[in-house]
Design a protein around this ligand. Sequence first.
Ligand code: FAD
Ligand code: SIN
Length: 538
Amino acid sequence: MSDFLVIGSGIAGLSFAIKAAGFGTVTVITKGNLLESNTAWAQGGVSAVLPEGLRDPNDNCKKHVADTLDAGAGLCNEEAVRTIVNEGSETIDELVAWGTNFDKNQGDPDRYSLGKEGGHSERRVLHAKDTTGREIATSLVETARRHPQITLLENHYAIDLITTGKLGVVTDNRVLGAYVLEIKSGNVKVMESPRVIVATGGCGKSYLYTTNPDSATGDGLAMCWRAGASVSNMEFVQFHPTCFYNPAATGPEARSFLVSEAVRGEGAILVNGQGHQFVKDHDPRGSLAARDIVARAIDTEIKRTGAPCVFLDVSPLGGTFAKRFPFIHETLLSFGHDALKKPIPVVPAAHYQCGGVETDLFGKTSVRGLYAIGEVACTGLHGANRLASNSLLEGNVLARRALGEIMRLYPPAKEVPTAPEIPIWETGNAAPPDELVNIYHAWDELRRTMQDYVSIVRTDNRLRRAAYRLQNLRREVKEFYWGYTLTPDILELRNLVATASLIVDSALLRKESRGSHHTLDYPNREPRFNQNTVLRKF
Ligand code: FAD
Ligand code: SIN
C-alpha cells in the first residue's frame, strides 16, 4: 500500500509524484521504461507568459487566454483557461528547479529564447531546441529517482482500477487501487492505494498515422471509463498538420515523424506542389493559423489536387533551420531528405486527444479518490482544439492543483474506511500461436477503421460504419480478454477499442462542425452545440 499510486511517467505523473513525495509514499508505475511517453517526444515547447521584463513586451496573460479561447472554437472553459495560463510562469520556475534547461537568448543568459507556434499571437513558447520533451522528461526522471519516498516501477502495466463500485458496493464508488501486470514475470498484482492518479496520456495509436509513440493507447481513459468516471469531448481528436511524408517507406512509420509547428513559427511556409501558399485561401494567418484549420486546409488540398502530400518550405529560415532544429534536420537526413535542399513533404497525422476523463480544475473525477491529469483528462482548457504547447503546461499545473485538493480531501494521515476484500487475479491460458494473427488483425482493423472513417473530415455514414466495425471488434476483444493470459498487446487492443468507441459515439452526437470535429453533413458551427459532449456509463 502506498499513500499515492501514480499511473504514468510523463510530465503529469512525474511532476505530481515529485510534489506528493513531500507528504507521503508514492509509487509510480509505467508500462515501458520511464522515458517512454509523449512528454519525451515533445518538440515545440511549453507556452507560458513570463514575468514582465522576461516576456515579449507585447505579451500578457490576457493575450494567451484569448489565443487559447480562439483556438478552442467556443468550447473552452474560460475559468480553466485563465487559471492554467496564470500559472504558466510558476510551471517554468518549477521545471527549471528540477533541472530543465530551456534555451536562452544568444548573448543574453538572463532571458529565455521565446518561440512561436500556430494560433499564438506572440512569442511565448519556451523550448530546448527541438527536443524540449526529452529535456523535461530527463530532468523529471532524475529528480524522481533521487527522492527516497518515490518508488519507480518500470514495465508495470495497469490493467484496471479497483473500485468499491466494481466490488459490488453500489452506494460508494471510490477507488482502492489497481490491478497491475508485471510484464516481465506475467504476474498480476493488486496495488492498493486510496489515492490513485491516472496520468497515462492520450490515444494517438487508435489511428494508423500518428505522431504518438506506441505507448499512447488510451489505457487510462478506458480504465477510468470502466470504473465509472464520466468522459467528455472525445470527438475532438487533434491532427498535427506537418508529419514527414516519406514515399520511400511503407507502413505506418512512413507518416509518423513530426516536424514541429515551431518550424513554421520561425518562418517556414506550407505550399502545394506549385508553390502556392494554399492555407492563406482558408485563413489570413496562413501557415500559422490554428492547427485544426491548417490540418483541414492540407486535407482539402490533398483531396483537391490528388497529390499525396503538401510541402513545408524551410528556405525562409536559411542556415538557422539546422541550428535551431538539429533533431528534426538530422532525423530527416537519416530518412534521406535534406530540408536545406528541398521542401519537406508533409501530411497531417493524429496527434492529441483534446477530450478525456471529465475532471474539475483539480483533476477530480466522478469516482472518489480517483484523479486524472494531463492528456488523459479533460479540464476544459482545450475546448474543441488545443492551442500548441498548452499541453505540457496543463500537465504540470494540474499536478500541482490535484495534489492541493487531495491533501485537503484525503490527506495521508486521514483514516481510510475499511475496503472490501479485493479478489486476486485469475490468469487464463496463453493464447495459442495460431490465435495471435487474430489479435494483430484486430489491431490493424481498428486503426485503419479510425483512419478511414473518423479522421479530419467525417460524415454520419462513415461514423456509423466505424461504430458497426467497432462493435464487432469489441466482441472479439472480449474473447481474447477473458480467454487468454493477458499480454500488453491484448490489453492495449481492449483499451484502444474502448477509446475509439468513445470517440465515435461522441462524434455521432455532435451534429455540427467545430474545431477538430468537422463533418460534411453539418458543416457549420451551431450555437445549440456550445456545450461539452459528456458520456456517462452509469
Ligand atoms: P504522457 O507523457 O504520454 O505519459 C503517459 C505515461 O503513461 C507514459 O509513461 C506511458 O507509458 C504510461 N502509461 C500509459 N498507459 C499505461 C498503463 N496502462 N499502465 C502503466 N503506465 C501507462 N505538447 C506541448 O505542450 N508542447 C509540445 O511541444 C508538444 N510536442 C509534441 C510532440 C509530439 C511528437 C507528441 C506526440 C506530442 C507533443 N505534445 C506537445 C503533446 C504532449 O507531449 C503530451 O500531450 C503530453 O506530454 C502528455 O503528458 P502526460 O503526462 O499526460 O502523458
Ligand atoms: C509541435 O512541436 O509542433 C508540437 C507542439 C504541440 O503539440 O503542442
